[in-house]
Structures are given as structure tokens and as C-alpha cells.
Design a protein around this ligand. Structure first.
Ligand code: GLU
Length: 280
């Protein structure tokens, strides 16, 4: 009797576990394609949550920034309204995995198009061109640009990002790289004095500098070219072509310029020319 009950319970547990696996987390949506999601009128889009002016979740849970505007416009062109978008945080080091696992339909998160990443995901765009730069405290006079990256200075960047890789590849013997999960942690480290500078794309740093009311400053010129793309599942040619169409429409109808000016634009003096979309 006892044994039987235990056995029955055991079988019950296994059956429940199998049923849960078969469901793949509820709706089966993780295996559905972006085209299926569009048909259902919804999309899950990866953005940053902590990059002011670019991808930012405010204290009321609202999403703001240039990347958010790009995401909404593209979704709209695909036929999905803004209120049917689920935004998911996509930290730099997790972006390829999130796309490959089907956790998101696509990612608009200061995401540079690189050959290495293209082995795992595809990119629409570029929709913007940024460049690696340096952010320091306003009183710092020692670091004036990339040429100051000597003397074992402590530099903060984010795991899985192109700027961190660039430091490892080219400045490893001259500086000490501190790697964290997101850029707001780097900003805290800079403010507390545990690092000398933060390095990533100029447009990201401009967002933090803008928030810091003069406490932090960008120094020197940019020293890489970061073409921002919209990352999506490798091989999904159909969605990529549609997103490329949407990006070009955004350039053409003035929404791209407007989105920039309404978000990060005022924080970054730049001449704004839309990049050529690469339909590789
Ligand atoms: N654009 C760079 C990259 O994709 C740095 C910004 C970021 O980490 O989001 O790695």
C-alpha cells in the first residue's frame, strides 16, 4: 500500500514534469518564429534598461530612449502596436544567447554589428554609427583620450561588449580592465573612485554624462567604429528584410531624426547622417 502510493506519487510528478517540458514554458512561444508572433500581433524586444537616452526603464516602469523609439517604429512597420511589445532587458553578454534561445524576437540595444556575432545571429541595419570613447570625473586632467591609456589606470567596461574586447586586445598591458555586467555599475565605480574611467560607445557615455549634471565628462575622440544593428535569429531572412525596410522608411520619413532629437540627441553634438543599410 505504502509502496504503491509512493510509486503513484512518483509517476504523477514525472507526468507533470513531462507535461511542463512539452509546453515549453506555457504558450509554446519560445519555438514560434517572429513571423508567428507578428501574426499574433505581439513582439518581445530586447533593450537595455539602464542606459539613459538610449534604452531606459524609468521608476514607473516606462521605457524611454532612442533604441526604444527605433524598436517601436520597427514593430509598427511590422504591424505590431507599441502596447503589444514586451520589452526585456538584454545585457551585453547575453544578447546572442537570448536571440538564439528565442527569448526575444529581436534586440535593439546599442548592439554593434560584428563578424564574430554574425556567426550566431543576423543583423538588420545599421541604424546608427557610434564610436568607443572615455568618460572620467570632471576634475580628472590625467586622462584626455585614448593616448592616456597607460600607467596601469583602471578602466571599467561591460562583459561581452566590443569596447571591453578592444581593451583586452590592444591595451591589456597598459591598463587594468574591470569588467561588470552593465554600464550603470561602471558609472558607480567611477563615481566612487574605484576606477579611473569608463569606456564604451560615445552615445552611451553621453547619456550618463547628461544625467550627472556636469560631474562626469567625455574626453578625446572616438577610437573605434560601432555600427548599431538590430540583432535577430540567424537565417530569418524574411524578418531581416522587413526590419531593413522599416529602418529605411524611418530615415526617409524623418522619424529617425526626430527620435534622435527627442532622446539622446541634445546630449551629443553631432551631425546626423543616416548610415547605409547593409542587406548582406
Ligand atoms: N556597442 C557595443 C557592443 O555592442 C558596446 C555597447 C554595449 O555593450 O551595449 O558591444
Amino acid at each position: 500500500m505504502r509502496i504503491n502510493r509512493t510509486l503513484r506519487l512518483g509517476i504523477g510528478v514525472i507526468a507533470v514534469a513531462l507535461a511542463a517540458t512539452a509546453c515549453g514554458g506555457g504558450s509554446g512561444s519560445e519555438t514560434a518564429s517572429t513571423a508567428d508572433h507578428v501574426k499574433e500581433g505581439k513582439l518581445t524586444i530586447g533593450i537595455k534598461f539602464d542606459q539613459p537616452g538610449l534604452g531606459f526603464r524609468d521608476k514607473d516602469g516606462a521605457y524611454q530612449g532612442y533604441d526604444v523609439e527605433i524598436a517601436k517604429y520597427v514593430a509598427g512597420k511590422l504591424g505590431v502596436q507599441s502596447d503589444k511589445i514586451t520589452f526585456k532587458e538584454a545585457p551585453s553578454a547575453q544578447r546572442e544567447t537570448m536571440i538564439m534561445n528565442g527569448e526575444v524576437d529581436f534586440i535593439v540595444a546599442s548592439y554593434s554589428i560584428t563578424d564574430g556575432r554574425k556567426e550566431k545571429v543576423d543583423f538588420a541595419g545599421p541604424y546608427f554609427v557610434a564610436g568607443q570613447a572615455l568618460l572620467v570625473k570632471k576634475e580628472n586632467t590625467e586622462i584626455t583620450g585614448v593616448e592616456s591609456l597607460v600607467g596601469n589606470k583602471k578602466l571599467c567596461s561591460v562583459k561581452g561588449s566590443t569596447p571591453a574586447q578592444n581593451v583586452k586586445d590592444n591595451y591589456a598591458k597598459d591598463v587594468k580592465l574591470v569588467e561588470v555586467d552593465n554600464y550603470s555599475q561602471c558609472i558607480e565605480a567611477l563615481r566612487s573612485g574605484s576606477v579611473d574611467a569608463v569606456t564604451t560607445d560615445d552615445i552611451i557615455l553621453a547619456g550618463y554624462a547628461g544625467q550627472a549634471s556636469g560631474e562626469l565628462k567625455l574626453v578625446g575622440n572616438t577610437f573605434t567604429v560601432e555600427k548599431y544593428g538590430i540583432g535577430l535569429k540567424k537565417g530569418d531572412q524574411e524578418t531581416r528584410a522587413k526590419i531593413n525596410d522599416a529602418i529605411e522608411a524611418m530615415f526617409a520619413d524623418g522619424s529617425w531624426q526626430k527620435a534622435f532629437e527627442a532622446t539622446i540627441g541634445p546630449l551629443r553634438d553631432s551631425t546626423l547622417t543616416p548610415p547605409a543599410v547593409d542587406r548582406y
